[in-house]
Design a protein. Structure first.
Length: 384
């Protein structure tokens, strides 16, 4: 087994304390490389609203309405989606003719998340009437708070949350499966840093970890959700039944990113063992993978479960500029995995690695624009 000192992702607790999207507002930050996620989320707004239409609002006086975004990260996307949820629910309350509740939004992510950047993006609480706030983009109509912690465990009091929203987060595992990093195991992912293209034993280990994690997620939410509430979940998915074909995630983490790691090994900058001790803790499930866990858990009814084509994760201003496409891929990859890479090989070698990612992606720019497409699992759930 690789030592914890050599591999930051072996220990579940250590990963939980450090995993985050790249904070700040630099070129490779998540704030500046999450436009595609925002576009994908907006394209699913009609599905989110269908879920919200199934929520049963409370008509009790002095009631409150609670929204929680799990895996909120640190960009403006989470603020946009929470606003959309609250505005939609406020219209429903208005149509009911009952009094408007006080709205609260809880932004939750791991403790290492850049909550400071997120809170700087939040508009101030209105201090005027609810109606004026809801009609304005310069103030918010809800109380806001951050909740640090893993969503694979409890985060809220029992029967507390009306709507859970989570987008582009549940494909992140709580840990890399231990056997994937164990040289004695048939699942040892030698020569690779991701499941894409790995052997069957490695794929089985990743799938088992995903399903264990999702079961823990559902168990926690079933205790925290109010009766009549709803949950809207989006995570990376795949259309191929073979888990070693991770689709868009495979192209992001298993092609030029993988080759860049191999470059560092071949140039003697890192050892092959150092590379093999690093694996990306991501699994893009199939629809069946997801459904199996929900049905086995039994706490939730599936109102909608589908694969949704999100499109490319690359947003470029000049599609004919190959170098821009190369930088976009490297920055996209670094914005979501850079914190782990920095911890594993250090900032200097991390710069070298992502420079090679950009160079390799530049030489395959046209292929990337055509082939790099993300599919998402979209689930609308309510308590059974």
């Amino acid at each position: 087994m690789a030592s914890k000192r050599d591999n930051v992702v072996v220990s579940n607790m250590k990963l939980e304390k450090m995993l985050s999207m790249k904070g700040g507002k630099g070129e490779a930050s998540y704030v500046n490389n999450s436009q595609a996620q925002g576009q994908h989320a907006r394209s699913m707004l009609h599905l989110l609203r269908e879920t919200l239409d199934g929520v049963r609002p409370s008509s009790a006086p002095d009631s409150s309405f609670v929204v929680a975004d799990l895996g909120c990260s640190c960009g403006s996307n989470t603020i946009y989606m929470v606003d959309a949820i609250i505005k939609h629910m406020s219209k429903r309350y208005e149509e009911m003719g009952d009094g408007m509740p006080e709205f609260s939004a809880f932004f939750s992510d791991l403790p290492s998340n850049d909550f400071n950047t997120l809170f700087q993006l939040l508009p101030p609480y209105g201090g005027v009437s609810m109606e004026e706030c809801l009609a304005s983009d310069t103030c918010r109509s809800y109380f806001a708070a951050g909740v640090p912690g893993s969503f694979y465990r409890r985060l809220f009091p029992a029967k507390f949350v009306d709507v859970f929203y989570s987008a582009f987060s549940l494909h992140w595992l709580s840990q890399v499966p231990d056997v994937v990093l164990d040289k004695r195991s048939t699942a040892y992912n030698k020569g690779r840093i991701f499941i894409h293209g790995a052997n069957e034993s490695t794929a089985v280990a990743y799938k088992k970890q995903f399903q264990t994690d999702l079961a823990a997620f559902l168990s926690s939410r079933s205790r925290e959700m109010k009766r009549g509430g709803a949950m809207f979940l989006v995570c990376l998915g795949r259309t191929c039944p073979d888990p070693t074909d991770q689709g868009g995630a495979g192209l992001l983490f298993g092609s030029h990113f993988q080759d860049a790691w191999d470059d560092l090994v071949q140039e003697g900058l890192i050892s092959s063992e150092k590379r093999d001790n690093f694996n990306i803790p991501v699994y893009a499930p199939s629809l069946e993978d997801f459904k199996e866990v929900v049905e086995a858990d039994g706490s939730f009814s599936i109102n909608k479960l589908q694969v949704f084509k999100g499109g490319s994760p690359l947003v470029v201003n000049h599609p004919d500029d190959e170098a821009e496409i190369g930088r976009a891929l490297a920055n996209s990859c670094r914005s979501v995995s850079g914190v782990l890479v920095d911890a594993h090989i250090g900032d200097k070698l991390s710069d070298e690695l992502f420079s090679r990612v950009a160079s390799r992606a530049t030489s395959h720019a046209n292929e990337l624009l055509d082939q790099l497409q993300f599919f998402h699992i979209v689930a609308s759930l309510s308590l059974a």
